[in-house]
Ligand binder design. Sequence first.
Ligand code: ADP
Length: 747
Amino acid sequence: MTMRYSFSLNPEERRQKRSVSTQKHRDLKELKDDVNKTIEIRKELLISERRNAHQRKEKIRICQELRPLALPRHVVTIDTSKSRSNMDVLRMCARKLGWKEFPLGRKDQSCDIYWNAVHFEENLDISSGKVSKFPGMHEICSKITLFRCLDRMRELFPDEYNFYPKSWYLPTQFHEFAYEIKQHRNQRTRPKPTYIVKPDDGTQGEGIYLIRDPQEYIVQSNRCHVIQEYLSNVYLIDKFKFDLRVYVVITNLEPLQIHICKEGLVRFSTIPYENPTHRNIHETYMHLTNYSLNKRSSMFNRSDKEDEGSKRKLSSVLRKLSQQGHDTQALWNNLERLICKTILAIVPEMKVEYQSALPAGKPGPSCFQILGFDILLMKNLKPMLLEVNSSPSLRIDCEQETSPGVMEYVQSLKDEEVKCPLVRDTLLYVAPPHKMKYRRKKRKPKKKQELKSENLHLRPRRGTIIIINADESDEEKRVRDITQRMSDIERFNRNSSPECKDEDQTEKEEKSDCEDDAKTRTSEDSDSDYEIVDKTPKETCLKLIYPDLYEDDYEELRMLEKLAAIFIQTLGIRGAQRIGPTAFRTFSRKCRLNRHGMTNAAIDILFIDMQRKWEHLNPERTTGLCFQGFLDACYEIARRTFFSQDKFEMMDSFINYCKSNLQVSTTTGEHSQLPKLRDRRLYQRSPYFYMPKNSFLHLTSETIYNLPIGGRNCKLPSSSEIQPRRLSLGKLHTRHGRKSGMSYGEE
Ligand code: ADP
């Protein structure tokens, strides 16, 4: 018999079972949904958190950049967005000084200092602060303009302006140059003179060559050249030719302030020097001393030692000269004099450019500038000016072949030791004085152990390769490196200067404090973090030479500035740089030049002549006479109206005559700071003034201005007295429309 089991559930049980499984299913689904929801919420939370963090970061950045209030009032701000290759040295100095740097510029243009690498015009929206370039300075320091300015002064003061080689401007003065060579040939001068050809817009030795015959000059249709006597009788050290790079800082134009940097560089050629002959005339590394050329020579000596190397510090060379028994103090005084005279020669041009870019009464920044003077020493140690660089190289690194064929930029100790103090002290001079009164309060020094471990981590080894143009990720490393190098230089300088040794302890504290500051500075710094400093200024590498030392000696050399003031007044329109035919006639009428035989017709003809002569400086073909043309016209009028064998006397009489009639303001605005007039002496000198000499002793300068001038007594020079003058066409390039691809940072 078989047993049968039945598993069938009754309907009630089955329903129950089904409902339980459905419930389970639903629960599971709900759980899944919940999990998904939580994940979603978490995701959203994360995204919003990230978004908030990003927004917060952006807010801080914008606050830092836009709101000046986010910075403490006493922090000096510096815009380095246009500083190009000067960026490294500036960053180093700004960090050391605890200043705030804006490498991308500041949107509200409210920085205290704007550092432009090449031109004033690089940043035109600035209405306050200080810019590191004077308007038009790049053009003024071009070879042709510079030597033309010097030639003008040489005409008036031949004994003072004998510190640069005789120059010709080609192609316009080719015939004068050829004539000079012919004269030497006729006189059979031995050794045969050599000449150096330099392109007007060339830098770093580019396009320079030596010639001994006019036919060797290579005419380039788009380029003008300066040809100079080649100075062959130069002083040699260890048989090598060298030139000095002396740094000069103009911190103000009105009144003029010139500083000389006590330290500079000396650049050596890399092949032992021999007098130029047909055989060695093409040896660039023998005759040219440019660092940019010689660094490519296999003989270039990169030694870091003081008395070795193809690039040395000026102080080490002066020491060597002193050891050889030379009077280096006299040499230094001659350098100072050369610098003052050169700058005084370009100041009239600078003033015209300045008033055009920054007319008096209009809000705008003021300017300062570092210049690099290239100077050659003759056998008798007489300094001879070769060139003035408006943008001297401020690089603190140099190219070096680290492995065959691989060039890297590595730090250059000598450059750092010269350029960092130069830039730092220049910045200190031009920083707003009200901010310089404050200094960040000292922070609690970190624990020794902490600092030590941090320094170990931060300090780069000496000789570390610095990657130039590094990308963002390298930036922090680079900043730290620069801070460290700056402190190394400070330490080095302090150790080498005996006067500073007493201050060692306090300096040490300050240094660590500043370094600390630089690392920890944040936007949360506030005014309360600053304290007033009551300290005498530290030793500076800059020495004020004008007006302090040479103002009285060189007062007469400022004569042409008076013509610049007359030119500016005659221009009338703000920002203009050219004087039109009507204004020129008005100038003549107001000066009463007709009393000296200058009729309207003569004035008009002179204007046309001069405009044609200076056409090359007017590429846009706008009518009008530039300042150089105006000066030329004034020379011509003076020659016709106040002729004298002594050119200084002639110009002096003319200028004073014009001034007395024009009533050029000497009490207000721009012209208030014109050089003091020694009217009494000047008038006594004039042969055309009819008053008895003694009567001047009782007059003030004001009374002299209003005196009638004895025009009727003046006798025009006879035609035999007047030398016919050639009108040369000058250079062909534009003054402001110069090639845009100009280089900068010359060395
Ligand atoms: P650049 O602006 O291209 O550097 P420079 O006028 O400075 O031109 O001249 C380059 C180099 O040529 C100088 O460093 C110097 O060694 C040499 N040199 C220039 N002019 C003369 C000169 N008149 N006599 C002798 N050497 C000169």
